[in-house]
Design a protein around this ligand. Structure first.
Ligand code: GAP
Length: 519
């Protein structure tokens, strides 16, 4: 299946089963805005809980806050967002389509990278086990020529984008003969800067109103509370402050489902450190964050690091964790070394000291910061897209299954009576009433067992329990594993521990997740 088709299938599956709906649909929708449905909100909450558990509750030196979306407008002046939170835009005069100039250039590089990857794949096919990839990359003339092209474009991007030289960016697009993907023409406007913040007015009396911004990142709510948290929590450096919340950006090209939206959610953590220790902590957090992703059991090959060429106005180093989405590898999370930029800016703009007295060094300083910032909606798409399969069961039969990491699944278990009579529904309810204290459970008695299993597969429920006549005789049920479709007969008294073993965050965070077969 083509990857883009795969995205279409995921979007329609997400809608059909109540994960994600287009927003304001009965009014014909609102571009790039989505609502999370009954199962989508469960999945989203579970992703948040997994992040919060691992980043806050399991670390003694990280605490979490929940700051307001509206903040004093001076914060955005100090943080640089009023003056520098811009995207360089370019329009194609024929198609009238608008693009981010930096994205056009990155896509140009990606195409050359694909050629290199193809050459590597050919080499591997030809030489098999004797293929030495490192040597090949250093010596193959095609690869060297293409790599030199990439290096040249990256250098020119650094020179132009890094210095806000918009004419230089335009010249680079023209020199590379980049064409509009829609019209195919190279008829471009000049490159302009566009600020991404949404603004609104505070105050009801005309003339009294002052401009407020909807926060474009949650991070500033952390910076302005740095001293409140440090003092009230008696925090010692190094320590982190985390938060989950909505952010808003007037994205020019908002598309690809929930990947790029104008209203989205971030899970961010600012880690305050001694100046000079940023390299060590930057590497530490890159590793920690990658481990968090890998613990979900999604293939290692779905992730890669990508170092930024165009650094945000606050960063001295930045790397993305990219995920292999249905549209290809794209940014999922950023790890940024933000230096002391933000705290110093807030000091300057408020005249208040935002410093830490380090008892070991016996001096005051403005801490440096390493930030980890992940988009919750992108994480949702990563989990959904990597879990969605149309599985061939042979004999012309297929099933749609969401192999979600069990701890993230909306329902952990479905309880079903085999039939609607003979006291089976009552027994099934009794079992469910016991399990629901610990797990989110679904109850289903409609249609044949086969149809009910398929329904649970399609929404990612890891376990289905069938209550049958034997249950009434000996207090046992069958429990079916979503992924293997195997069933086992077990005592009702064992259900809680069997399910907990696989679906708890403990299983995920300690790497102990098990399937039914390995109990
Ligand atoms: N505080 C740093 C910061 O906001 P960013 O790289 O601009 O850094 C962090 O954003 C993460 O937020 C991204 O890696 C992405 O997952 C998510 N994100 C950014 N813009 C988004 C959008 N328009 N829609 C959905 N997620 C977005």
């Amino acid at each position: 299946m083509q990857k883009e088709d795969n995205l279409k299938d995921i979007i329609s599956h997400a809608k059909e089963y109540g994960f994600v709906f287009p927003s304001s649909e009965i009014y014909d929708g609102l571009a790039a805005t989505y609502d999370y449905g009954q199962l989508g909100s469960e999945l989203k909450n579970n992703i948040k809980a997994y992040w919060w558990k691992s980043m806050v509750q399991m670390r003694e030196n990280v605490v979490g806050i929940d700051s307001a979306i509206f903040m004093h407008p001076g914060i955005w002046k100090a943080s640089g967002h009023v003056d520098a939170f811009n995207d360089p835009l370019i329009d194609n005069k024929d198609s009238k389509k608008r693009y981010r100039a930096d994205v056009l250039l990155e896509e140009f590089i990606e195409k050359i990278q694909v050629k290199i990857n193809k050459d590597v794949a050919k080499g591997l096919k030809r030489f098999g086990d004797n293929f030495n990839k490192e040597e090949f990359l250093k010596t193959n003339p095609n690869v060297l020529r293409n790599q030199a092209k990439i290096d040249d474009v990256e250098n020119r991007m650094r020179e132009t984008l890094g210095k806000n030289d918009l004419e230089g960016v335009y010249n680079l697009i023209v020199d590379l003969e980049i064409a509009c993907p829609v019209s195919g023409s190279k008829n471009w406007t000049e490159v302009r800067q566009f600020n991404l913040m949404f603004s609104t007015e505070l105050g009801s009396i005309a003339g009294d109103a002052s401009t407020l911004y909807l926060r474009p990142e949650t991070a500033q709510g952390i910076f302005v509370n740095f001293l409140n948290v440090q003092k009230s929590g008696r925090m010692k450096i190094p320590f982190g402050i985390a938060q989950i919340g909505k952010a808003f950006r007037n994205e020019i090209v908002a598309r690809q489902f929930i990947f790029r939206m104008r209203e989205f959610e971030q899970m961010e953590m600012q880690f305050f450190i001694r100046p000079g220790e940023q390299e060590k902590w930057y590497e530490y957090w890159k590793e920690q964050r990658m481990n968090w992703h890998l613990a979900l059991g999604i293939s290692d090959e779905s992730y890669r690091f990508h170092d930024h060429i165009k650094l945000a106005h606050y960063a001295d180093a930045a790397s993305d964790i990219e995920f292999d989405f249905p549209m290809g590898f794209k940014e999922l999370e950023g790890i940024h070394s933000r230096t002391d930029f933000d705290l110093k800016q807030h000091e300057e703009h408020t005249g208040k000291k935002l410093q830490y007295f380090d008892p070991e060094l016996n001096k005051n300083y403005v801490p440096y910061v390493i930030e980890t910032s992940i988009g919750l909606d992108r994480m949702f798409l990563a989990v959904l897209s990597s879990s969605f399969k149309n599985e061939d069961l042979g004999d012309g039969k297929t099933r749609a299954v969401l192999s979600l990491p069990a701890a993230l699944a909306p329902y952990k278990v479905a309880v079903m009576p085999l039939t609607k009579k003979d006291g089976l529904p009552e027994k099934a309810r009794e079992i469910m009433d016991n399990l629901k204290f610990d797990f989110n459970c679904a109850y289903d008695e409609k249609d044949s067992p086969g149809k009910r299993y398929r329904r649970q597969d399609a929404i990612g429920t890891p376990y289905s329990i069938m209550v049958d006549h034997e249950t009434l005789e000996n207090n046992t049920v069958t429990i079916r594993d979503r992924d293997t479709m195997e069933q086992e007969r077990v005592a009702i008294s064992e259900l809680n521990s069997i399910i907990a073993k696989r679906v708890s965050f403990k299983a995920l965070l300690s790497g102990e997740a098990v399937s039914l077969q390995s109990n």
